[in-house]
Design a protein around this ligand. Structure first.
Ligand code: ADP
Ligand code: ADP
Length: 226
């Protein structure tokens, strides 16, 4: 795992919209930080820049000591979990979980071992030969988590991972993510607009508004300050 550091980060989209306006942020190795704020404030853009899915217009992003501004998403050692799961429909759960490692030419026995370990951690061993369409939303999100875990990334990024789930599953999956954080000592950056999610998950909240960081602090402080 590794720290993630943003220094003076800006994003100006090609249409001229200035979505992120000078964000400074240091997320310690093993920390879980929740990015909150109203829709459109730049949370997702910030996360996507860390993942390398969106270019940085100005500023620097570091993962550990490494400056990653020009590093391709696949070489950033980051795993991202999306709200729509982004699973490959024609592949089984096992193949979905193994795909990233296979692309990186990880030896087969090692892939099998990592998939088995992650599946056990998430309680999805019985689903390994099924395809995504045969799974419930909650099961699909577990597979998406499994696919992130097997890569043993420097950091996990979550973009509203629970928003397609019903209330009960949201609670369960949130608990699962918190447990994974403790178990893996993982650096996690978690984007949500849901206050309950933010309050229960975050050790530290980062409140964004209009493309800047407005407040950083423990949940109680951020949500009670005027
Ligand atoms: P959040 O995740 O906080 O809801 P986003 O980061 O998705 O916010 O978006 C921030 C702002 O940037 C929004 O006003 C959005 O419409 C705008 N935006 C997002 N993507 C693009 C894009 N590709 N081109 C232009 N504007 C964009
Ligand atoms: P979310 O807020 O859930 O991340 P959005 O509906 O804001 O999703 O955005 C979906 C996609 O559309 C994203 O890839 C985003 O970059 C793009 N997008 C959002 N706003 C704009 C915009 N104003 N111009 C162009 N693309 C945009």
């Amino acid at each position: 795992m590794a720290s993630v550091t943003l220094t003076g980060v800006h994003k100006k989209y090609p249409d001229g919209f200035h979505a992120v306006r000078g964000v400074d942020l240091e997320i310690a190795d093993g920390e879980l930080v929740v990015l909150v704020g109203p829709s459109g404030c730049g949370k997702s853009t910030t996360l996507r820049m860390i993942a390398g899915l969106e270019e940085v217009s100005a500023g620097e992003i570091r993962i550990g000591d490494r400056l990653v501004n020009e590093v391709e998403p696949g070489d950033r050692d980051i795993a991202m979990v999306f709200q729509n799961y982004a699973l490959y429909p024609h592949m089984t759960v096992r193949q979905n979980m193994a795909f990233g490692l296979k692309m990186r030419r990880t030896p087969k026995p090692q892939i099998a071992e990592r998939v088995a370990t992650a599946a056990a951690m998430l309680g999805i061993e019985a689903l390994l030969d099924r395809r995504p369409r045969e799974l419930s939303g909650g099961q699909r999100q577990r597979v998406a988590l499994g696919r992130a875990i097997v890569r043993d990334p420097a950091a996990f990024l979550f973009d509203e991972p629970l928003s397609n789930l019903d209330a009960k599953l949201r609670g369960e999956t949130r608990t699962e993510i918190a447990a994974l954080h403790h178990r893996l000592d993982a650096t996690m950056i978690y984007v949500t607009h849901d206050q309950v999610e933010a309050m229960t998950l975050g050790q530290r909240l980062v409140l964004m508004n209009h493309g800047i960081v407005q407040q950083v602090g423990p949940p109680m402080e951020v949500y009670t300050r005027p």
